[in-house]
Design a protein around this ligand. Structure first.
Ligand SMILES: *[C@@H]1O[C@H](CO)[C@@H](O)[C@H](O)[C@H]1NC(C)=O
Ligand SMILES: *[C@@H]1O[C@H](CO)[C@@H](O)[C@H](O)[C@H]1NC(C)=O
Length: 503
């Protein structure tokens, strides 16, 4: 038995090697003809105007997610009709199938000409967080253009991606492009509140069809500009993981009483002390575990003395660098599980000692930790049995997607980034400190990449979910160009060709 099994293996190896050689030579021929038919990403001035006007129209539809079960369904329905008008070719092309999922999310299946190539997925989301009028230079749903910028909720998070993906596909189709590699486009409508009715349903649908993806690209990271003062060039971060999360409810129950004769400790006092202990005992700094270290080392050579020496010698300077990173609240979020007290409730009357006090703490879990580990640490910090812990929602950090030489999706993205943004010298892996719809797709691929091809400076960073969110017309055009090239690159990019002896 064992012997014949070995023979079958040997035969299989020979066949595989043979096939690999044949398919490689076919690929090479394919590549040449494909290169010849490559469509340049040049757009007429008329197309460029239409592009930005379409983005403005998208911003004007207030597709707000107000809460987990609270959507503006009128706006979401309107958005569905809007994309049909804005991208007519996408909707009438015979090799593209459109499906509305969960009523307001959209799945496009683009059938490529070569079924032997594994499909990929491009993602974005239609919904936005609320935007009160106060504090905005222009009304948040006006889509007004000012000084070369289009303003409005969703210009960076994430209608820019929704529109750029569909726009690029529309422009390719108008130029008669037929993709070789199949791909999907998934546009969720409730990303900001969970993805339960959008992304989760689309993922389930694709799983029921037995789909396996080569990779997927979602929002979640950017080309960072001006985050490191002494760094002249912007650098691109492809997020290969995202933080996990715990919503922890803390509750203290005590006997109720009259405020005229109070006990030594009240539910409010006990809970307040517990929350304060959590704030004063940050969870451990995990710098050195995870992709951030790799990227800092890549950046080292771009930085002046002495930062370059420090980053090139993390074996020595690791404690120093990790302390520096915790000083800024944004970089701090990259090196540890964060603790945020978000709700605190107790009491109903001025002269009644309340029987119960409750607080909610939101933890964002560093990829090197798990929900279980964080809960154990929290229990130790609280060190008070009167404080009950109830987890109301939790998920582990996302697995780390590969970013090595052989990681096709990662290398493809890197290739497209470097061709569209030649001034960007460093493309490195990172983590996403927020959450994206892509976390619902882990059964479809282990190659999940989060990257928005847009420059982001610290001011832009705070405009996301904040005030005066905006994108320059130029940056949006570049994003369309990026998607236009990425779709073609997915058909032609050969990646680092494996050597035969490695097989
Ligand atoms: C919902 O969207 C519609 C437009 O589609 C808009 O007229 C309406 O004001 C929005 N409602 C809320 C509460 O924002
Ligand atoms: C992944 O697949 C498993 C097994 O079929 C299933 O239980 C789980 O819910 C799936 N997860 C997601 C995120 O779809």
């Amino acid at each position: 038995m064992a012997g014949s099994l070995a023979c079958v293996r040997a035969l299989a190896t020979v066949l595989l090697l043979g096939l690999a050689t044949v398919s490689r030579s076919m690929n090479l021929q394919g590549k040449e003809s494909q290169e010849a038919s490559r469509i340049p990403s040049q757009f007429s001035s008329q197309e460029r105007v239409a592009m930005k006007e379409a983005l403005k129209d998208a911003i004007k539809i207030p597709t707000v997610s107000f809460g987990p079960e609270e959507f503006n369904t009128t706006a979401l329905a309107e958005f569905g009709e809007f994309i049909q008008k804005a991208f007519p070719t996408v909707f009438k092309t015979s090799f593209i199938q459109h499906e509305a999922v969960g009523s307001y999310s959209h799945l496009f299946t683009v059938r490529g000409s070569d079924p032997s190539l594994q499909p990929y997925l491009l993602m974005a989301h239609i919904d936005v967080v609320p935007a009160p009028q106060e504090g905005w230079e222009v009304p948040p749903f006006s889509g007004l253009e000012r000084d070369g910028f289009i303003y409005g909720r969703g210009t960076l998070d994430n209608k820019n991606s929704v529109m750029a993906i569909l726009q690029a596909l529309e422009l390719l189709l108008v130029r008669n492009y037929v993709p070789r590699r199949s791909f999907y486009i998934a546009l969720g409508h409730d990303e900001e509140v969970s993805g339960k009715y959008g992304a989760q349903k689309i993922s389930a649908l694709l799983q029921s069809r037995g789909v396996q993806l080569a990779f997927l690209v979602d929002e979640g990271s950017f080309i960072l500009d001006g985050f490191i003062p002494s760094l002249k060039n912007p650098f691109a971060i492809i997020a290969v993981s995202e933080k996990g999360s715990i919503n922890l409810n803390l509750q203290v129950n005590m006997a109720p009483g009259h405020s005229s004769a109070p006990p030594e400790e009240t539910s409010i006092g006990i809970l307040a002390a517990a929350v304060s202990r959590l704030e004063q005992s940050p969870l451990p700094n995990m710098f050195g575990d995870g992709p951030l270290k790799t990227t800092l080392q890549l950046l080292a050579n771009e930085l002046p003395f002495p930062t370059n020496i420090v980053l090139n010698n993390l074996w020595l300077f690791r404690p120093l660098v990790s302390r520096l990173l915790e000083r800024n609240y944004i970089t701090n979020a990259f090196v540890r599980t964060t603790t945020a007290a978000t709700m605190f409730n107790a009491g109903i009357k001025a002269n009644v000692i309340p029987p119960m006090a409750q607080a909610t703490i939101n933890f964002r879990i560093h990829p090197a930790q798990t929900v279980q580990e964080v809960l154990e640490l929290v229990k130790k910090i609280l060190a008070d049995d009167r404080v009950q812990m109830h987890v109301t929602g939790a998920f582990d950090p996302l697995p780390i997607s590969p970013s090595d030489e052989q990681a096709f999706g990662y290398q493809l993205l890197r290739h497209t980034i470097q061709s569209i943004f030649p001034e960007v010298n460093i493309v490195g892996p990172g983590i996403c400190i927020g959450n994206t719809d892509s976390r619902h797709y882990t059964n479809l691929t282990s190659n999940i990449y989060r990257f928005n091809p847009v420059y982001l400076n610290p001011q832009d960073f705070s405009s996301i979910h904040g005030l005066n969110e905006k994108i320059s017309v130029q940056a949006y055009h570049t994003q369309v160009k990026f998607m236009f090239e990425l779709i073609q690159d997915a058909d032609t990019y050969q990646g680092p060709v494996p050597h035969l002896h490695e097989l």
